[in-house]
Ligand binder design. Structure first.
Ligand code: CO
Length: 134
């Protein structure tokens, strides 16, 4: 059911420093910073030949990554995003299998302008999983 790995997201305490690490030290192509106020994060995409890395920085008071950064002050891998052909069909299949979908259970428009859902990390080996409509 899941397809390509769309991105690996890393929550970071300092987005500019993270950009410098990926751009200057690792020599990767990085996007500009894009504010996602509806998601409480600033995002930068690191563009790799086969996938992307999404660097996430805190934006605003109620950022969903604030607690994660309290537990992981140096930053860390926050979620993996897999592509699916039909996000509602994927959700229905997962819910029928007992998996928990975070939030309302309805897809929201994610950082790439496509519908996304997040799945509870306790159901997926301790990893927060994002599904994105391909
Ligand atoms: Co993501």
């Amino acid at each position: 059911m899941i397809g390509r790995l769309n991105h690996v997201a890393i929550a970071v305490p300092d987005l500019e420093a993270a950009v410098a690490t990926y751009r200057d030290t690792l020599g990767a192509e990085v996007s500009a910073v894009v504010a996602q106020p509806e998601h409480g994060v600033n995002t930068v995409f690191v563009l790799l030949p086969n996938t992307k890395v999404e660097l996430l920085g805190v934006l605003g008071e109620n950022s969903p990554i604030a607690k994660f950064l309290e537990r992981n002050p140096d930053g860390g891998i926050h979620h993996l995003c897999y592509e699916v052909d039909d996000i509602r069909a994927a959700r229905d299949r997962l819910v029928a299998a007992g998996a928990r979908v975070l939030g309302s259970g309805e897809p929201r428009i994610g950082a790439h302008g496509k519908p996304v859902l997040f799945l509870h990390p306790k159901d997926f080996l301790g990893t927060l999983v994002e599904l994105e409509q391909a």
